[in-house]
Ligand binder design. Sequence first.
Ligand SMILES: Nc1ncnc2c1ncn2[C@@H]1O[C@H](COP(=O)(O)OP(=O)(O)O)[C@@H](O)[C@H]1O
Ligand SMILES: [Mg+2]
Length: 374
Amino acid sequence: MIRIDSVSKRYPDGTVAVDRLSLDIPDRAITVLVGPSGCGKTTTLRMINRMVEPSEGRILLDGEDIRDRPVNSLRRSMGYVIQNAGLFQHRTIIDNIATVPRLLGTSKRTAREQAAELMERVGLDTALARRYPYQLSGGQQQRVGVARALAADPPVLLMDEPFSAVDPVVRKGLQDELLRIQDELGKTIVFVTHDIDEAVKLGTMVAVLRTGGHLAQFAPPAELLSEPADPFVEDFLGADRGIRRLSFFASGELALETGPLVPIDADAERIATAASAPYVLVTDADGAPLGWAEPDRLVAGSIDKDQLLSCGRPFRPGTDSLRTALDGAVLSPTGWAVAVDGDGRAVGVVSQQTVGEAIRAAHDEHRTDAKAAG
Ligand SMILES: Nc1ncnc2c1ncn2[C@@H]1O[C@H](COP(=O)(O)OP(=O)(O)O)[C@@H](O)[C@H]1O
Ligand SMILES: [Mg+2]
């Protein structure tokens, strides 16, 4: 565990960048430091690998003051990733990634083999190995930065706004990739961002900092969204935190209705049994949803695909959250969301009202849990 123990940093010009910050950063989890620009995130991160020395307080790594560790061995145990990747422009991608293992004495051949494996791990085509950084997109360069930080297999990764300079679509891909890599590798990650959505998505624990390096709140993301500690945190979380909190509620318990599902080749009898539903969901031969129709407009043997209303965005019960289910229902022209399995086959439909009831039940359960815990 990394323990930040009442640490302050005053720069020589008098700026107090961090003010008596205490944080216990858990092992093998992603801890996010989030806050507005200039609130001391980078300073805090750099104190962990001693690129910046605290003015007061201490930082412990597994109980040992990091000042008692040789700085080289400390930094070797901590991969460091920054915005714009910070790659060596005159080295190929493969040699960028192999840099630290080479410095540590690994043979060129072994280091390159490991680097090629790392490229695959971070989702890079090994065909890019011999290129130079300027020949890669911003998103690809960030992946190289992550691979390079992982190359010496450090237990700790420090990441300073690593995805801030890429466009939203690429950014989402990088975030998903980081979560996947973390599932496999279980590093202790300290991740800095100014983007609260990124913090909530990636963090096991999230530390919200305010200007002057004060800790405003340190909590799991769901708790941050449900119980912001003060108006600053509430404001920072944004206006739609109620909706965003639904991302932490599972959709697996939603009661699905199967009555309104009608295959496109349904006979008159099958159509008749669905007639009591306000809308029916027509599915193709494999069971994939095609669209909605009013039951009395269906004629056996001649259901017209082009006449159907779009079924919007389906959700996967259990895998997707209540937020995705609600979104599906809100987007649907009928007000009903479509549930599909992993192969895209419709498994049922659910109304906005049912989703709404599930949301209320989840809130009640959360309140009961909170009472029992506290
Ligand atoms: N080397 C430095 N000398 C003086 N002030 C600095 C230095 N580095 C950062 N600061 C100041 O410390 C504060 C925190 O900076 P920083 O840790 O970079 O914040 P963040 O990463 O959250 O944007 C800011 O006011 C910044 O201007
Ligand atoms: Mg910064």
